[in-house]
Design a protein around this ligand. Structure first.
Ligand code: ACO
Length: 326
């Protein structure tokens, strides 16, 4: 049986750190509120000259280096993002050019915070079908560019960063065991950017009314996320006949420590078996899982044969999970 396996990971975080104390000087908030309600202490902000493809490039180079491959060895480049460099062309094409991977097919995928899991599902399907053997999958965001820095209900949550993985075809029993993705578009307006698309093209009015920034009904999103993720992780393990106690590490999308804690609790997992980067990076949307995965690999938290569970929930609404045997 053919499946896909991750053979290299990489990540990149911009240098500039924005702390909760910095935010206290920008909006009416407090370090205490942000830490208690979200678990976030600080986040990274891209430099003025850095766009999403620049972050993606750094993470991709690291992942390729870890895999021992050159850009020309890759059959497909996928970028999951909601903050593409431009509306046209895709960030994946810009990344392809920067990598010097001429002629390699490349496209973007938008599933908000679930983008990496969606991308994994696409990459895994391409590999299992025999279409491609090696795929570069990147989750990259410069959310700071879509953030309303006057809106305390969103600006304290978000951060910039990129994570990348290289997937390769394998006949071994290890690798990506399952990927499941879901969506419910009826709740699209819980989390969206109203202007800048075909529904509401950019005008002076839309700019004045701050409609090019992320709007979120956080509390409603929170409640749906907890309910959905608790069921999702249980179903994923059951489907794979893996018991929670066999799980080595949960790598969740990093949106809110209360959501993560509820999901872990549902599986009976202690937080020592959960990868947490939220405190240092905030919510980096599609980038959060590959960044956390890369950190887990580089700090020796993942060993051969470990069961790793990934899960995410985000705008769309979208959600998904993946079980990996490392
Ligand atoms: N500082 C101080 N007070 C604040 C802040 C802030 N930064 N933000 C909101 N408040 C206030 C509110 O105004 C409200 O005040 P009120 O009671 O006087 O009206 C109070 O705090 C409580 O607000 P809630 O929104 O109910 O707070 P909640 O506990 O729900 O926490 C949060 C908000 C952190 C946004 C949480 O709801 C959350 O994490 N939601 C889910 C986010 C998520 O998972 N999104 C999906 C992924 S993101 C993506 O796809 C890009």
């Amino acid at each position: 049986m053919v499946r896909s396996r991750i053979i290299g990971t990489g990540s990149y975080l911009p240098k500039r750190v924005l702390t909760n104390f910095d935010l206290e000087r920008m909006v009416e908030t407090s370090d205490e509120w942000i830490r208690e309600r979200t678990g976030i202490r600080e986040r990274r902000i891209a430099a003025e000259e850095e766009a999403t493809s620049d972050l993606a490039l750094m993470a991709s180079r690291e992942a390729l280096r870890a895999a021992g491959l050159k850009p020309k060895d890759i059959d497909l480049i996928l970028v999951a993002t909601v903050t593409s460099d431009m509306l046209l062309p895709s960030t994946a094409c810009i990344l392809q050019h920067k990598l010097g991977a001429k002629d390699t097919p490349a496209f973007d995928l938008n599933a908000a915070c679930s983008g990496f899991i969606y991308g994994l599902s696409v990459a895994d399907a391409f590999i299992r079908s025999g279409t491609y053997e090696r795929i570069l999958l990147v989750g990259a965001e410069t959310l700071s560019r879509a953030t309303d820095w006057q809106d305390r209900t969103t600006c304290v949550l978000l951060g910039d960063g990129a994570g990348a993985v290289v997937l390769e075809k394998t006949k071994a029993k290890r690798g990506v065991l399952s990927v499941d993705i879901y969506a419910d578009g009826s709740m699209w307006d819980l989390l969206h950017i109203p202007a800048g698309g075909s529904r509401m093209p950019a005008t002076k009015e839309t700019v004045k009314n701050r409609l090019h920034f992320i709007k979120m009904r956080g509390n409603e999103t929170f409640r749906v996320a907890v309910r959905t993720l608790e069921k999702l992780v249980v179903d994923t393990l059951k489907k794979n006949r893996v018991k929670p106690e066999e799980l080595s590490l949960l790598i969740p999308h990093q949106a809110n420590h209360r959501i993560i804690a509820a999901t872990a609790k549902r599986l009976g997992l202690g937080l020592d078996r959960v990868m947490l980067t939220l405190d240092r990076h905030g919510n980096t949307s599609a980038a959060s899982i590959p960044i956390a995965l890369d950190e887990a690999v580089r700090t020796g938290r993942i060993k051969k044969d470990d069961y790793i569970l990934l899960e995410a929930f985000g705008g769309g609404l979208t959600w998904g999970s993946a079980l990996i045997r490392w």
